[in-house]
Structure formats: structure tokens, C-alpha cells
Design a binder for this molecule. Sequence first.
Ligand code: ADP
Ligand code: MG
Length: 346
Amino acid sequence: MKRTELNALGEFGLIKEIQDNAKLHHSETLKGIGDDAAVIEAGDHVKVVTTDMLVEGVHFDLSYVPLKHLGYKSVVVNISDIAAMNAIPKQITMSVAISNRFSKEAIDEFYEGVFTACEQYKVDLIGGDTTSSRSGFVISVTAIGEAKKEEVVYRNTAKDKDIICATGDLGGAYVGLQVLEREKQEFLSNPNMQPQLDRFEYVVMRQLKPEARMDLIHEFRELGIVPTSMIDISDGLASEILHITRSSGVGAVLFEDKLPIEKQMLETLTSEFENLSASTCVLNGGEDYELLFTISQEDYEKIKTHKDISFIGYIDSNMKGVKLKTRAEQIIDVEAQGWVHFRDSL
Ligand code: ADP
Ligand code: MG
């Protein structure tokens, strides 16, 4: 029997194969596998549906992640995929696999975070499943959202000369993770040590308590903007821009000096992790849950002074791949790390 290592296929290779084998039976299924969420026709509007799973030891480490934050984040990462479709989240289901290591109080704390997020994003928890786990804590959330058919924004519709935009700042969640991991190692070698996280509060909170950018989705409606393509930034900018360009059949240019980098993130890198460059964290870090989208030149006029949107590059349909123009005016190829290795953090 032939044996193919998953490493050889990669995360996206595996998904591609599942996608190729999944036959659609219903004309209501407007979009199946291949975007941030599936799109289903539902009368005069469409429903969007997305699922994400979080596994202890792979996606989170309970030695430094408070359960309340974990509950909040499990909801937020799914809302972010609904936002990436330019849709409004309405309901979630949540399934949990729990080991007897957890007390009732611990589960209560987790659900306090879940319900705080449900309140914040006005979504209803409508079901799920509860089961036991022999080892770690596993959480699977499905989110359902709604939009008008013409409002839905896909990954694969970026056009020549569109402007590439990113919300907020990028790379911070990854730097926060580096801080938390380092504090954990220091604590393990000296359990009397008290972690000193005050100086790193912004980046640590980017990692522990991300938000989905529903504020921008509402603003798009107010401004009459429909992005030409959109994706949420869960795996780092490099991976996400390549999803947009490859699926749209276009190329892109990014400018290093336009990448949105926050002050504390930069200070933390300079003082604590001098081997890590800010651009590397932006391109290959992850879990920022900001939005990456493209807009037409006409719509650029409507948001060009927006404080929380950075204009980081443009689409070029005559180009192949994604190029980064560095501060030193060098041109380098942007590649996504996630494409090569079957990483732990699927
Ligand atoms: P995101 O990072 O936005 O959550 P993913 O990269 O996880 O997106 O998934 C990309 C697409 O592949 C989505 O449409 C998702 O539903 C689909 N997908 C991922 N894993 C599977 C699977 N095991 N079976 C079917 N579809 C999958
Ligand atoms: Mg996504």
C-alpha cells in the first residue's frame, strides 16, 4: 500500500483534495469549500456558514491562556470568518470535548467568555454537543451569518488595479505569543518568579483576546462600499494575500513601509526579540483576525482618510505571485510558510 505523508501534501493540498471530491447536490449551495465561509441561498438573502476547531496543545496552552479568554476567542475566530464574507453573524453552535481534569467552575469560566462574546457580537448560542476527551480540551464552533446576495464578498474576485487594504495593525498577536511562551519557560525554570507582563499588555491582549472587525463591516454598509475581495487574517498576511491572488488569478505588489505596525509591538521586538523583524511577524505571524480586502479605485476615495485602514499595495493582473517592495527598494517574493509544511496550527 502506498503511503503519502501529510507533510508532502500540506494543509491546503489536503483541503484541495477534499474540495475536489466533494460533489454538490443542491443549487442553493452557492459556495462550498474554498472561502472563509460557505454561502447558501435562503429566499431573498443568503446564509453564510463557517466552522473552526481549537485543540489544546495545538491552538492554545492552558498554562497561560485564561479559560474566560479562551471562550471569548473561540467565538471571535468564527465571527471573523463571517465578517470576511461581508455578512452579519446571527447564531453559533459550540461543541466541547472535556477531560475530567476540568471542574464545573472551570467550565463556567470558559462559558463566561463565550457568553461575553455572544453579547458583544449579538449572536445566539443555539446548540452544540458535549463529550468527554481522554486528553486535551477540544472546542468546535460553527457560526451562521446573513447578508444580501450582492453584499457577499469572496476571496476569488480581486481585479486588476484594485487597492489592497488591511484593517488595524498586524503581527501583534504573534509577538504576544512569543512573550507568553517566554514567560512560561522562565516560570518553569523558576516557579517563584512572577510574570512581568505590564509592559507587553497590548501584544499579549492581541493574542489572548482578539476581536472580529464587525465594526468595519457595518461601516462598509454605511459608506456604500462592497470590497472586491476579502479574507480575514488568521494565518499571517503572506498566506492570506496568496489565497486572494491565487484564487483570483492575479498578482500583487505589497509595500513594506505601508505595513501596519503598532508601537508597542515594535518596542517589544526591539527590546526583547531582536532576531525577529516586524515585517516577518506581519507576514508570517498569525491570529490577528484583522481583515484583508481589495477595493476598486472609485471606492478608495470613500475611505482614503480612514484612521484604521492601511493601503498596503495593489493588484496587478499581469503579474504572477506576490512581490514585496522593501524599505531598501528591493523586490522580494512573498511565500506563505503554511503552504509547505503540515503545521500544527491548521
Ligand atoms: P479559514 O482559515 O478561513 O478558517 P481554512 O483554511 O480553515 O479557512 O479553510 C478553507 C476552506 O476549506 C473553507 O471553506 C473550509 O470550510 C474548508 N475546509 C477546511 N477543512 C475542511 C475539511 N476537513 N472538510 C471540508 N472542508 C474543509
Ligand atoms: Mg478565514
